[in-house]
Design a protein around this ligand. Sequence first.
Ligand code: COA
Length: 176
Amino acid sequence: MCAVDVTSVISTDRLILRGPVMSDAPTIASLANDLSVAAMTGTIPHPYGLTDAETFIARAQACDWKSEANWVIEHQTFGVLGGLGLKRSVRPELGYWIGRPYWNRGYATEAVRAALRWVTRDWRKSVIVAGHFADNSASGQVLCKAGFLYTGDIEHRPSAARGRDDVPTRMMVWLA
Ligand SMILES: CC(C)(COP(=O)(O)OP(=O)(O)OC[C@H]1O[C@@H](n2cnc3c(N)ncnc32)[C@H](O)[C@@H]1OP(=O)(O)O)[C@@H](O)C(=O)NCCC(=O)NCCS
């Protein structure tokens, strides 16, 4: 069981990345219940309701931060505006989303850069992987800005919101 401990909280110029708490559920449900967000992720279904958000939060709160990190991305003024997660393995994999009202203000790039610093320091990992659906150039741009490079591999991955398990996904890698 992991409560939000101090080592899992990350501050950037504009954002705080912290473990989710139950009072975040209405905001997460509202922002994630958007097909333009959900369809670009592997795991967010559509529609996405309050119960889905509460289930996600309960699971995140029960996680072991040594094996899985789940943050909400909180703006100092606007509050919670997205999420970011990392699964530990030989090469941890990164995933994230930002609510549509907050796109194109650099928040995803700022959060990803901060998470990369965290995973390097706390998990002592120097190779991180990520993949974006081939029709999601914005995410590719975020990863490029954060220093990821395309591996050239295309995997076929599930998308809960699309109801498909074969969405072409461009794989990328980051080296510390
Ligand atoms: C992808 C996503 C995380 C980007 O978040 P964001 O906070 O808007 O990202 P940033 O502002 O840091 O950077 C976005 C970049 O993409 C660019 N961009 C936006 N739309 C684009 C498009 N259709 N094609 C190419 N680039 C695009 C922006 O211009 C910006 O690049 P720039 O700074 O060089 O101009 C957000 O759109 C999102 O959550 N989408 C749905 C879920 C998702 O895609 N998650 C990632 C799964 S891999």
